[in-house]
Design a protein around this ligand. Structure first.
Ligand code: 5GP
Ligand code: MG
Ligand code: MG
Length: 184
């Protein structure tokens, strides 16, 4: 599939599966079952986090519920500006709930830091983040992200939810794109 477009496989399907299981085991320990705040609430950020969200939820050994948000960060197709607009908001109130944002990738961190500020104003009992991927620039942001699947080099990646112009999300692994595809 997509023959010739993918320059290299950065993280295989098996590596993603194994790391997701580790993260789920680790994170579940922090949320005691039967808490008065109710089940852990996962908030997935559409569309990139969809595959990680569903695999992570199935790997979690505790009950969780799912909500989705869609945001658009203005900027080019390969970098974000930090100006964020909500395209789809949560359907439910998160006040008093333990919330875990499930992200695909943190690059500049601008999208995430905006989202954290926005969700904090809704008074959740707790607010944490798990991201599958993190790029080097993310160290510059003030958002404390404890759980990261993989730290990756500063390259544009696709697959497992991540797109280039809406393509390649359906690849089961994370790969780098051949520069030819950018229209070079
Ligand atoms: P940030 O605001 O952290 O710079 O960027 C966050 C968003 O930019 C991600 O949710 C993702 O949609 C997009 N993004 C950042 N880096 C990459 C990348 O390497 N590949 C793809 N496909 N999207 C990326
Ligand atoms: Mg994202
Ligand atoms: Mg995208």
């Amino acid at each position: 599939m997509y023959e010739g477009d993918i320059a290299s496989v950065l993280i295989s399907e098996e590596q993603i599966r194994a790391r997701t299981a580790e993260l789920a085991e680790e994170i579940a320990k922090r949320y005691p079952a039967g808490a008065p705040e109710g089940d852990l609430l996962l908030i997935g950020v559409l569309k990139g986090a969809v595959f990680f969200m569903t695999d992570f939820a199935r790997a979690l050994p505790i009950p969780s519920q799912m909500e989705f948000m869609a945001v658009s960060s203005y900027g080019s197709s390969t970098s974000s500006s930090g100006v964020v607009r909500i395209l789809k908001d949560l359907d439910k109130d998160i006040a008093g709930r333990h919330v875990l944002i499930v992200e695909d990738i943190i690059d500049s961190g601008l999208t995430l830091s905006w989202l954290m500020r926005n969700l904090k104003t809704r008074n959740p009992a707790s607010l944490e983040v798990v991201t599958l991927l993190r790029k080097p620039d993310a160290v510059k942001i003030d958002v404390d992200v404890r759980d990261v699947g993989f730290d990756i080099p500063n390259e544009f990646v696709v697959g497992y939810g991540l797109d280039y112009a809406e393509r390649y999300r359906d690849l089961p692994y994370i790969g780098t794109l051949d520069p030819e595809v950018y229209g070079g």
